[in-house]
Design a protein around this ligand. Sequence first.
Ligand code: NAP
Length: 480
Amino acid sequence: MRAYETRVDLLEVRLDWLRDWTVEDLEFLRDRPVLWTFRPVRQGGEFAGADSERFEVLRQIGRRRLGQWVDVEWDVWPPLIMELRGYFKVLLSYHQYDGHLPPWPDLGELFRAKPHDAVKIALTLHRWADIVRFLDIVEACQAEGWDGVWVVMGPRGTWLRILTPWFGGLWTYASPEGTGRATADGQVSVEELRQVYRYPEMAPDHRIYGLLGDPVAHSVSPYIHNRLFQEVGLAAHYVPFAVDDLEAFLRVMHVLPLGGLSVTVPHKIAILRYLDDVEPAARDIGAVNTVVRREDRWVGANTDWVGFWRPLVRRFGVRSWRALIVGAGGAAHAVAYALRRAGCSFAVTNRTHAKAEALARRFGGTAVPWDAVKPGAFDLLIHTTPLGMAPHIDTLPPIPDAWLVDKVVYDLIYNPPETRLLRRARAVGARAVLSGLPMLAEQAAEQFRLWTLQTVRADDIVALAQAHLERQSETFNIFD
Ligand code: NAP
């Protein structure tokens, strides 16, 4: 508590989580900004005793004049709430953990019936369609003149926890660092909220950017782009949008001051039909990984192909490669586009041969079944499947050693920066190996340039991403 008091505006004490304590033990919190929460089991907390006992403790705390706020559940008897209001401001709270969205008329009635200084609605929601309806409820609360705290629990609600100032939220909850876990699902830590997302500096005229995908929780992009915004002095914040339903998401997109988006699996193709314009490269590739707001138009672009190509040129100069692409998904499309643009020849092999054929037809290459690949026919192998990506870092794609010997082996995976495939390639005598990290950095730099017209060095991004991935790998086992 002492360590955090200068870093937060309010300290929530979960009395139901504490063991072996007396009210006297709380004296050290005198004159500190505290919100008391003493949640009973029936409301998702851990206090299994009687309500009379719970309220007697809160009364004693109140008489000692400790703390400013108390969280009181919606089902508490109004005279008790009135009494607590003599000591504290009352946050009247409603929690729902089962993924169910309560109807507004019921919630409205319930909050109108009980005295409060602010309301809290915290719901576990899994679908964006429900999140949009939840935001309508937030608006309805504000129309009633109620201050409030709005929480969507679960990974789909992380963005709202971070961007709560744009929805008039009184505060957001963040977990202390070093506990090894968030105190609630989808919560970010105090340090992340302050240092990565720059929560204390947020203001309504700041621009919002984000990563649209599903899942996005382990992405390195928020660490990259927020730092870049900070370094070039732009008032902008970049957040993860874990979205299952594009249509629903777009309703929010128009409420927020969005400047642009990174787009990842599974929305790279589906986003196309919602855009006003699509740049030629993105149209050719058939996928958008970057959305830019230009005036009031939404423009789709693709920076993956540049991201893929630049590290090759930087390392080996402009060369006429004979390439073998392993995999035929979204990334392989950007790779094939870049190779064709540079006049290189390529073959493609994939688990689902029909997809390799479609890709080869589209970009003028050759589709080869896995067992018909001839190592003598290529000098650059590009691995584009997710095999070996964190957390499955021990997976080795079933690529024969003969495809690696004396070749340049380029693995698009950036997490981990050195995959098992690259280690294997080195061990069996590959001519050179290239990780997906510089590609990530180059595509991010290009994305940043499209959004801000500012140039940043890809090497700096590699360093940023690497530092973050190292920190993340230390905690991977805990979170997965
Ligand atoms: P995607 O569209 O889902 O394509 C995945 C490809 O991998 C498909 O061809 C799929 O084959 C194949 N595949 C998946 N599981 C397989 C398995 N168990 N065995 C054999 N083949 C398998 O994914 P994507 O967007 O192209 O991304 C692929 C990888 O590229 C990811 O690891 C991603 O992180 C990386 N990437 C990196 C960057 C960067 O900046 N470094 C950028 C983009 C992507 P089927 O066709 O048979 O399903």
